[in-house]
Design a protein around this ligand. Structure first.
Ligand SMILES: NC(=O)c1ccc[n+]([C@@H]2O[C@H](COP(=O)([O-])OP(=O)(O)OC[C@H]3O[C@@H](n4cnc5c(N)ncnc54)[C@H](OP(=O)(O)O)[C@@H]3O)[C@@H](O)[C@H]2O)c1
Length: 247
């Protein structure tokens, strides 16, 4: 059972490039500040290479029952959560690739994109609401993507990814409005991490010059962004420098 005086953080998708580096940032901050940290993170599969100092929860966003089981375990370990950060996302892989044209659309693939990129993160947040409510200044950050901006879409394509990130953005905006009525209102935001070297971006950025930012660079900025995030920013879609992206 975690100590009530320790700082408590949940990273959803701790095995990802950005999620893994964000874990490291929180651990370094705890070491340098002397603030005890209880760090929880989700993974799809337990791995022997998983970072230490973390309580790992197994969960697959395509399987809603695993979301509730993971949060049940989490709430048996802590009654409070200060920061909640969702670093999961699906763009390409075993379930299909981004669609370049309408003729490539397949409903099952797109429904899967919604499960991972929009519905799953919202269900995860819903399940964590009671422990976030117990924090003095709760913060919840959902990693989305600028390509999920409807206003900013001038090149089209990537239907499933764009649609599911736009749906995530709307869900988070709704949650921010609703949670603004809590006794301690949280900061609930959507963040575009910027193009970053990772498995998710690799097929689309491998030959890009200059190379995109590293996950380490991204996570360091994200960590600072989360630290300085204020309640007045709730319900916004932001870049890592805090500038606002049109929905
Ligand atoms: N990299 C970029 O250039 C870029 C740009 C814009 C937005 N983003 C967003 O930033 C976030 C982090 O991306 P990243 O670059 O760090 O990608 P990444 O390294 O591929 O990490 C993706 C994470 O999502 C998890 N995940 C995928 N499907 C899942 C599922 N069904 N259930 C549970 N977890 C699942 C992965 O778990 P496994 O390890 O088990 O696969 C991994 O932890 C995503 O939301 C992405 O859309 C990234």
């Amino acid at each position: 059972m975690g100590d009530m005086k320790s700082f408590k953080v949940l990273i959803i998708g701790g095995t990802g490039a950005i999620g893994g580096e964000l874990i490291r940032c929180y651990q370094e901050w705890s070491l340098s500040s002397g603030v005890p940290l209880d760090l929880y993170a989700t993974c799809r599969h337990r791995s022997s290479s998983a970072q230490s100092g973390v309580t790992w929860l197994t969960m697959d966003l395509r399987r809603p029952e695993t979301i509730f089981a993971a949060v049940k375990k989490l709430t048996s370990l802590t009654t409070m959560l200060n920061h909640w950060v969702c670093c999961t996302g699906y763009l390409h892989g075993a379930f299909g690739s981004p669609e370049k044209a309408l003729k490539a659309l397949e409903s099952e693939k797109i429904l899967g994109d919604f499960a991972v990129n929009s519905v799953g993160p919202l269900m995860m947040f819903q399940a964590c609401m009671s422990i976030l409510k117990a924090a003095p200044l709760p913060k919840a950050v959902f990693l989305s993507a600028q390509v999920g901006s409807i206003e900013d879409n001038r090149s089209g394509g990537w239907y499933g990814y764009r649609m599911s990130k736009a749906a995530l953005n709307m869900g988070v905006r709704c949650a921010a409005v609703e949670c603004g009525r809590w006794r301690h209102p949280p900061a609930v935001v959507v963040v575009h991490p910027g193009t970053t070297v990772s498995r998710l971006s690799e097929p689309f950025t491998a030959h890009r010059h200059p190379a995109p930012q590293t996950a380490e660079q991204c996570a360091e900025q994200l960590f600072l962004r989360i630290q300085s995030l204020g309640v007045q920013e709730t319900g916004t879609f932001q870049r890592l420098d805090g500038s606002v992206i049109p929905w």
